[in-house]
Design a binder for this molecule. Structure first.
Ligand SMILES: *[C@@H]1O[C@H](CO)[C@@H](O)[C@H](O)[C@H]1NC(C)=O
Ligand SMILES: *[C@@H]1O[C@H](CO)[C@@H](O)[C@H](O)[C@H]1NC(C)=O
Ligand SMILES: *[C@@H]1O[C@H](CO)[C@@H](O)[C@H](O)[C@H]1NC(C)=O
Ligand SMILES: *[C@@H]1O[C@H](CO)[C@@H](O)[C@H](O)[C@H]1NC(C)=O
Ligand SMILES: *[C@@H]1O[C@H](CO)[C@@H](O)[C@H](O)[C@H]1NC(C)=O
Ligand SMILES: *[C@@H]1O[C@H](CO)[C@@H](O)[C@H](O)[C@H]1NC(C)=O
Length: 490
């Protein structure tokens, strides 16, 4: 569900950093597999005409993650927020209904004009969609949709065109369950499968670390260069057994623990086993108030501010500690830096990426950046591993059964070796407050560092996206996965 932060809180001002963009993939056939080079957003050949947009969108940072869709005939490009926690696609947020800085972003995200598309058809029905943050009144239409850089054109996809919205600065691409489960019609993910753009109803989300500056979503496939080892399979809890009765990606979390920097004493949080849902549409992770308070206390924050944010020392971002989320068969270690929201105000302000909620327990972007996650809507499973990054090798799946034998191409040494503190259950933890108040980095150095650094990263990716394929080469040569690249920095 959409829980992305708007920018009302004076705390956040204009300073939220993010980059998202679009990708151009060229399919090449080699050794019986399909791999798609990724063009980085700093590739001027492709992005120069959009550079202004890139810079604007870059301000949105780790607040939310977007994909670009082209809707209609001729195609009209719009950015939509990727949301595993909702089910429907809609566009055309009311940009006059958000604050100034959000309005500027909102306009850059693009609008779709039904009257300018020869293939648009109104279904004559309306609906109100409500999110954790925001609402939209939509009218349903069908039209063709192409994915940036993909050869696939989906025909007559149903989606909403907003007539009015509140607290929404882009449209939303809900990639949760569709027809027969959460919607009465084939949603976007259903259509990819139904129109043979993918062979399986499954997709992989690897948002990427803040430093990686890019992430990837592969519809119908995996990217084995984003994790090491096997994938753990977690059953999705049926809606009737889930806390809110909604068919989201609910899984059982066994525990949350903290592994402080070397020499610190770790702690397993009491009563931290609970169902949680995976929600890319939420900037923050939401946990029960007492658990959140216990974690915040270990980060040196006693109380939340008026907006519910726990302010913490920016120096923590440089420390080699992790917050560890354990599931059956996999523990995802989230480095402090990834868990934190670093806002480049002057001086910089940092916040814990977890907020208290009585209502929801969900793992948002502050968790998902550190996880490699396959959402398998065929066998109702989440396949999960610790995220890492050793290149790019997107590959299509012929069958979701293959996920049990897919192994990450990265070495274990690619995983950040940050967990060398001792971990013991404890109810009386030492504070791990970082001490020094020196800013991690200034807004200025962040911006300039990104431009120089990301270009190199992009080149490295292009050349390393070679022949890492899995399974039998024969089937793979014919099957396609669809890859969107999310460009991110923070
Ligand atoms: C985005 O960032 C750029 C460069 O830091 C800045 O000049 C611009 O004012 C920002 N725009 C918004 C809407 O925050
Ligand atoms: C749907 O909303 C549109 C725009 O607000 C309105 O013109 C139309 O009458 C509504 N249709 C129905 C069936 O309520
Ligand atoms: C949105 O739709 C709801 C339910 O139909 C309606 O009550 C509300 O007035 C609509 N909002 C606006 C601003 O039209
Ligand atoms: C998808 O592929 C199946 C099996 O090859 C075929 O029966 C079906 O007609 C195809 N659907 C579309 C929309 O191309
Ligand atoms: C939070 O409260 C629940 C229910 O009262 C309890 O089971 C759990 O141990 C508490 N957790 C912490 C970290 O205090
Ligand atoms: C964190 O770990 C890295 C790699 O092991 C090391 O280079 C760095 O000095 C460590 N940082 C701190 C603050 O201990």
């Amino acid at each position: 569900m959409a829980f992305s932060l708007l920018v009302p809180a004076s705390v956040f001002l204009l300073a939220l950093f993010c980059r998202h963009g679009t990708a151009l993939q060229q399919l090449t056939h080699d050794d019986g597999c399909v791999h798609m080079p990724i063009v980085h957003s700093t590739n001027v050949d492709y992005f120069s005409s959009k550079r202004g947009v890139q810079l604007q969108l870059a301000n949105r940072s780790d607040i939310a993650y977007y994909a670009q869709l082209s809707i209609g005939t001729p195609p009209q490009p719009v950015f939509v927020q990727l949301d595993t926690g909702s089910f429907e696609l809609w566009v055309n947020p009311d940009c006059t209904a958000v604050t100034d800085s959000d309005a500027a972003f909102c306009e850059q995200a693009g609008q779709y004009d039904t009257t300018k598309s020869s293939t648009a058809a109104s279904l004559g029905t309306n609906r109100t969609l409500r999110y954790g943050i925001g609402t939209a009144n939509i009218s349903y239409f069908t039209d063709t949709i192409t994915l940036a850089g993909s050869p696939t054109t989906l025909q007559a996809v149903q989606f909403g065109v907003a007539t009015v919205s509140e607290d929404a600065f882009s449209g939303i691409l809900g990639i949760g369950y569709g027809k027969g489960v959460a919607t009465r019609y084939l949603n976007f993910v259903d259509q990819l499968r139904a129109q043979n753009a993918t062979r399986v109803k499954a997709y992989t989300l690897a948002l990427g670390s803040k430093d990686a500056q890019e992430g990837v979503i592969v519809f119908g496939g995996v990217d084995t260069s984003k994790f090491a080892g096997p994938l753990a399979r977690l059953p999705v809890l049926p809606a009737d057994q889930s806390p809110d009765g909604v068919p989201r990606f609910w899984v059982d979390m066994q525990s949350v623990s903290i592994t402080p920097p070397p020499n610190g004493v770790g702690r397993v949080y009491e009563g931290s086993g609970m169902p949680v849902f995976l929600d890319s549409g939420s900037t923050m992770t939401l946990l029960p108030p007492n658990l959140t308070a216990a974690i915040a206390g270990n980060f040196g924050a006693r109380t939340a501010d008026d907006n519910g944010f726990y302010r913490i020392d920016c120096a923590l971002a440089r420390m080699n500690g992790t917050l560890d989320f354990a599931f059956d068969g996999v523990t995802v270690k989230v480095p402090y830096k990834e868990l934190m929201r670093e806002v480049p105000t002057d001086p910089p302000a940092c916040f814990l990426g977890i907020m208290a909620s009585e209502k929801f327990t969900l793992l948002g972007d502050t968790f998902l950046r550190s996880a490699y996650t396959v959402f398998d809507l065929e066998t109702d499973s989440i396949w999960m591993a610790q995220a890492t990054d050793c290149g790019s090798s997107p590959a299509a799946l012929n069958s979701v059964q293959d996920l049990s034998s897919v192994t990450g191409a990265c070495g274990l040494s690619d995983l950040a070796d940050s967990a060398s503190g001792t971990l013991v259950p404890s109810s009386d933890p030492e504070s791990i407050d970082g001490g020094g108040a020196e800013p991690t980095r200034s807004a200025g150095s962040e911006a300039s560092g990104t431009v120089a650094g990301s270009q190199d990263t992009g080149r490295a990716r292009l050349t390393s996206g070679t022949s890492r394929c899995f399974g039998s080469g024969v089937g793979l040569a014919l099957s396609l996965g669809i890859v969107l690249v999310l460009h991110i920095f923070s």
